[in-house]
Design a protein around this ligand. Structure first.
Ligand code: SAM
Length: 253
């Protein structure tokens, strides 16, 4: 299989993305650490601290995968507020990724509590989720894999309560030319190699790098968020690590 992403017709993207994450599910966490040198953990921690959820917050974590955001959220609520009433729904299109997440929660006190639920679903069509039902919606490194970003944003807006917050952690564009050239070299040459060595799957990681390149700039994405009806504060995003990642945020007011 070759994931020549550029040449793939739109209607095949979903199948292809499904295949990528099926291939990498069990290696996913190790690969994240290897490729980002652990930095993805800092970005996710930062996302939770920026969210600063209060007691009883209801979070919908879309494209939640193996559960980093969901786990970070529940840990924060417990450690900061001693709160065990916060709830998270972890939704992902890929049952294999969700399975890895479930296994991880089995080893924690959250297992057997009603604090976490798992749901297979598509970010573009959250029909099983009622409108105005969540305080916060997160999507971390997931929206880039979706075919219709506008539908994802529309659904996010719908399921959030009035006053609710949309937060998206995603790869961005690096503006600094020096950092940018080092980053390009690293992502196009080194990452597929790491993919080959750890997951024996160069093509999937080639796809991931290509999908990062194709994703809109921070400015363009902020505009899409506004077009979906969200109110943004300031620019609407924060660059993380020179813009390698960016944390976008919008409120349903
Ligand atoms: N949020 C997790 C994290 O930050 O570690 C997982 C990110 S992983 C790079 C992307 C996830 O998006 C995969 O688990 C994949 O199955 C999921 N995904 C891709 N397309 C999706 C869609 N249309 N709806 C829901 N999830 C999707």
């Amino acid at each position: 299989t070759h994931f020549g992403f550029k040449s793939v017709p739109e209607n095949m993207k979903e199948t292809l993305v499904g295949k990528v994450f099926e291939n990498v599910a069990t290696k996913y966490d190790v690969m994240n650490d290897a490729m980002s040198l652990g930095v993805h953990r800092l970005w996710k921690d930062h996302t939770i601290r920026t969210m600063a959820p209060g007691p009883g917050t209801k979070l919908l974590d879309v494209a939640g995968g193996t559960g980093d955001i969901a786990m970070g959220f529940l840990n924060y609520c417990k450690e900061i507020h001693g709160d065990t009433s916060a709830k998270v729904t972890l939704l992902d299109i890929n049952p294999k990724m969700l399975e890895v997440g479930k296994q991880r929660f089995l080893k924690t006190p959250y297992h057997n509590s009603s604090q976490v639920t798992f749901e297979v679903g598509n970010a573009e069509d959250l029909s099983s989720i009622p409108s105005n039902s969540y305080d916060v919606y997160t999507i971390a490194f997931g929206i880039r894999n979706c075919t219709h970003i506008d539908r994802v944003l529309h659904e996010a807006f719908r399921v959030l309560k009035p006053g609710g917050r949309f937060m998206c952690l995603e790869f961005g564009k690096v503006r600094n030319p020096l950092v940018s050239s080092i980053y390009n070299l690293y992502s196009f040459q080194i990452i597929p190699l790491i993919g080959q060595i750890i997951a024996s799957d160069k093509d999937s990681y080639q796809y991931l790098v290509e999908s990062i390149r194709q994703f809109p700039s921070q400015e363009q994405f902020a505009e899409m968020i506004m077009n979906a009806g969200f109110t943004i504060v300031g620019d609407g995003w924060e660059d993380l690590t020179f813009g390698i990642a960016a944390l976008h945020s919008g409120f349903k007011l």
